[in-house]
Design a protein around this ligand. Structure first.
Ligand code: 13P
Length: 256
């Protein structure tokens, strides 16, 4: 079977509860018709996980995701939310290593490895983010930069565990800037990421991992980007907050 094609929304720290529920209603009304190998993920703020999960409970292949989880198991860590708590709420996916977490909350590759371990321990699939800043892209060293992010956070795992991952490639210079990577730039990096995974875990496992592109994806460019061979969908910020935009993005996923 073809690997999953996935439209993942990252709502970040946006929307009131009322607005969030209205957006979920609009997405449902807009008809999220998905084939068996397509999925929609809605990564919503922690307090909205259960309300939005309830909203989408009758939609097949649509899931809520957390945007983060703690790097420690439990205990005196005020304000943190553990992987175990997410599991207890039946949350199946968590974003780990978003560039905003890396930059503003100083999450390095080692901390992200700890988060990945805890997510897997509780059976939650990580949406693991990687991607280079502008200075690295300008220096032309983006391939080795992204490779190190993957190696330092993931390559201590058993090879088989990599099947549980979704990878999101998000070049930082394309996030929230309106400046999308070209579809060829996305394809080149996605092929590189897949080859890095293959060199560690083998081609068959690498071929089973969905690799999403993130960074200024919108209705107008989604089909072209998702059309590339190694691009298996997107992780979408701003455009996922507008129901008509996001429904079009969902409908831009490849079908087998
Ligand atoms: P934008 O789609 O707003 O550029 O954000 C991308 C992103 O960071 C998704 O996680």
């Amino acid at each position: 079977m073809m690997r999953k094609q996935i439209a993942a929304a990252n709502w970040k720290m946006n929307l009131s509860l009322e607005q969030a529920e209205a957006l979920a209603d609009q997405l449902i009304a807009g008809n999220m018709t998905l084939s068996a190998d397509q999925q929609v993920l809605l990564a919503v703020p922690f307090p909205y996980l259960l309300p939005i999960k309830n909203k989408i409970s009758l939609q097949s292949n649509v899931f809520v995701a957390a945007q983060n989880c703690a790097a420690t198991k439990n205990g005196a860590y005020t304000g943190e939310v553990s992987a175990e708590m997410l599991k207890g709420m039946d949350i199946a996916y968590v974003i780990i290593g978003h560039s905003e977490r890396r930059e503003y909350y100083h999450e390095d590759n080692k901390i992200l490895a700890d988060k990945v371990n805890l997510a897997l321990e509780y059976g939650i699939k990580p949406v693991f983010c990687c991607g280079e800043p502008l200075s690295i892209r300008e220096a032309g060293t983006q391939n080795s930069y992204v490779e190190l992010q993957l190696k330092e956070s993931l390559f201590h795992l058993e090879k088989e565990q990599l099947r549980n991952f979704i990878i999101a490639y998000e070049p930082i210079w394309a996030i929230g800037t309106g400046k999308t990577a070209s579809s060829d730039q996305a394809q080149d990096m996605h092929a590189h990421i897949r080859s890095v995974i293959a060199s560690y875990a083998g081609q068959e496992i690498a071929d089973s991992v969905s690799i999403l592109y993130g960074g200024s994806v919108k209705a107008a460019n989604a089909a072209e980007i998702f059309g590339k061979k190694d691009v298996d969908g997107g992780l979408v910020g701003g455009a996922s907050l507008i129901a008509t935009e996001y429904n079009t993005i969902i409908n831009s996923l490849k079908r087998s």
